[in-house]
Design a protein around this ligand. Structure first.
Ligand SMILES: NC(=O)c1ccc[n+]([C@@H]2O[C@H](COP(=O)([O-])OP(=O)(O)OC[C@H]3O[C@@H](n4cnc5c(N)ncnc54)[C@H](OP(=O)(O)O)[C@@H]3O)[C@@H](O)[C@H]2O)c1
Length: 257
């Protein structure tokens, strides 16, 4: 597993477990299985309503808190200063943790100025409850505005990013400002597993279509967080480091999907 250094100075594993739609007992079991396989980075959000289960799974396996990188997100209903603090307290209570590694604005707001939300994030950072901050689903102009008003460095922009939703312009803009991209829905919610072009490229390497889709992202230094509720898929998805797509294959995926 490779780490990327964020502008906060902290490191984030380039590959993580997405947890949207993982709930209850299944969520607990999958988090434990993923960690046993070597995942060390978990992506959640207040909105996913699974933080209690994630926290319980991590406590059950008695892993050191520092061994795990945990991201959570503040939902759009709670971007006012006092609401951020209240929702974040709920996150820590559910997770039963003292801090999260990364806190994101889940979606940009039309009504609450970014500066107000970032002031609350700053307070949590100063209290040691948040190690790094970031944004999610922000366009280039919204990233620009966020950078102008945040005192803390914005470490990542988490957006939908996959071969059928190539965000290279946004990636180049963010990477130029030291903001690492994070790809959510890296498998287009599973659709890419059946893609014929990905499958044929995979045949050159003895890999599956899903592995090619994920490799295309990590090969561009994009943090990648596929979700799976299946142990064989968790294992398959992790196998994207010991091999490479050729320049021609990368170009084909960049231009022909
Ligand atoms: N910030 C945001 O607004 C936002 C939005 C969406 C998602 N996210 C984050 O990004 C994560 C990933 O996105 P996502 O869950 O929407 O979609 P995704 O990771 O693109 O796809 C998940 C789907 O792909 C299937 N799958 C996983 N590995 C597979 C494989 N090797 N072969 C075939 N199918 C496979 C899963 O089924 P199985 O469970 O059966 O494996 C599941 O149905 C989320 O879980 C969440 O943490 C963030």
């Amino acid at each position: 597993m490779r780490n990327i250094r964020l502008t906060s100075g902290h490191e984030i594993p380039i590959f993580g477990l997405g947890t949207w739609q993982l709930k209850g007992r299944q969520c607990e079991r999958i988090v434990k299985e993923a960690i046993a396989l070597g995942y060390t980075h978990i992506d959640t959000a207040w909105m996913y309503q699974n933080q209690r289960e994630i926290g319980r799974a991590l406590r059950d396996i008695r892993i050191d808190r520092e061994e795990i990188f945990l991201t959570t997100k503040i939902w759009g209903t709670h971007l006012r200063h006092a609401d951020v603090l209240a929702q974040f307290e709920e996150c820590l209570d559910d997770l039963q943790m003292d801090y999260v590694d990364l806190l994101l604005i889940h979606h940009p707001s039309d009504s609450v100025p970014f500066a107000e939300t970032f002031e609350a994030f700053q307070k949590l950072y100063d209290a040691g409850q948040v190690k790094s901050i970031g944004i999610s689903n922000f366009s280039i102009s919204q990233v620009e505005e966020a950078c102008e008003v945040s005192e803390l460095p914005i470490c990542t922009n988490q957006v939908e990013y996959h071969v059928r939703r190539n965000r290279s312009e946004l990636r180049d803009y963010c990477h130029g400002r030291g903001i690492v991209m994070t790809a959510h829905r890296p498998l287009a919610v599973g659709d890419l597993a059946g893609d014929a072009v990905l499958r044929s490229i995979g045949e050159n390497h003895g890999k599956t279509a899903a592995q090619v889709a994920l490799r295309w992202l990590v090969q561009q230094d994009i943090i990648t967080i596929p979700k799976s509720g299946s142990v064989p898929h968790l294992r398959e998805n992790l196998d994207v480091f010991a091999w490479e797509l050729t320049d021609e294959e990368m170009h084909k995926l960049d231009t022909e999907m």
